[in-house]
Design a protein around this ligand. Structure first.
Ligand SMILES: Cc1cc2nc3c(=O)[nH]c(=O)nc-3n(C[C@H](O)[C@H](O)[C@H](O)COP(=O)(O)OP(=O)(O)OC[C@H]3O[C@@H](n4cnc5c(N)ncnc54)[C@H](O)[C@@H]3O)c2cc1C
Length: 220
């Protein structure tokens, strides 16, 4: 894996030591997230829309209704800014000014390309499903031609990107360390809860192993 070139667009200015430009770090943050936010300007107005994503090599796959503004805008090849954020903890300092959060975030820039070829589109849908729920694709009914038509998939080639991360305890002013104020980190994580079977399950169907395995590992 290589590094993204540092440019005016992707250079982290504040706290530059927290900035990273290597694909390994950036893609790790992207892959660990269930959702991203896609930013774009449409008719001079900025929008930031949350959506699911999947990474395929150096591309981000987005999928959605063929009628959605986001998908149509992305499919037309306009510039996009995709962000991913993980909040790992609240950082409680002795001074209110020094409070912070521990986080891993990534900002990616690129343009979309509509997947028109049916075979490529189906393969992308499979990637999408399998990245969120490995094993699910072979267990479910696959999309009909009508469902495929109603769904757009856009592959966004990542032209530029950055990551920014903070970890560790608060950084207080030296004279504040003697204060009798509790300080430290309150960790935060996203976890799966217990399965909630659909009341309309067709019989006494157990939760399959591939889903149990999913919840046994790290949650997104
Ligand atoms: C959960 C969370 C909470 C935050 N809370 C605050 C807050 O309350 N106040 C605050 O000032 N900042 C906060 N930040 C940091 C914020 O995201 C920016 O980094 C900050 O505004 C400084 O940006 P800048 O002026 O250096 O860069 P900008 O000029 O805004 O950005 C230049 C380039 O740097 C890169 N970049 C900037 N920030 C990030 C990032 N977070 N992740 C990846 N790439 C980045 C992008 O490629 C961007 O195009 C928070 C970050 C996270 C993840």
């Amino acid at each position: 894996m290589s590094d993204f070139a540092q440019t005016d667009q992707n250079r982290v200015r504040r706290r530059p030591t927290r900035g990273h430009y290597d694909q390994e770090t950036i893609y790790g943050i992207v892959d660990a997230a269930l959702i991203c936010h896609v930013g774009f300007a449409h008719e001079g107005v900025p929008y930031v829309i949350p959506t699911l994503h999947a990474r395929r090599g150096d591309e981000i796959l987005l999928h959605g209704s063929s009628a959605s503004r986001l998908m149509n805008h992305a499919a037309a090849g306009h510039p996009l800014c995709i962000t991913v954020t993980h909040v790992d903890g609240l950082v409680l300092a002795r001074a209110v000014f020094n409070h912070s959060v521990n986080y891993r975030s990534a900002v990616l820039f690129g343009r979309g390309r509509l997947l028109a070829d049916e075979v490529e589109k189906m393969a992308a849908l499979r990637d999408f499903t399998e990245r969120l729920l490995p094993g699910r694709w072979d267990d479910v009914r696959l999309p009909t031609p009508t469902e495929m038509k109603a769904t757009s998939i856009v592959a966004v080639a990542i032209d530029s990107a950055s990551a920014k991360m903070r970890s560790g305890p608060p950084g207080d002013d030296e004279e504040d360390y003697s204060r009798p104020t509790w300080a430290g980190v309150l960790p935060l994580s996203v976890q799966y809860g217990p399965f909630q079977p659909d009341p309309r399950l067709a019989g006494n169907i157990p939760v399959p192993d591939y889903l149990r395995n999913l919840t046994a590992g790290d949650s997104p």
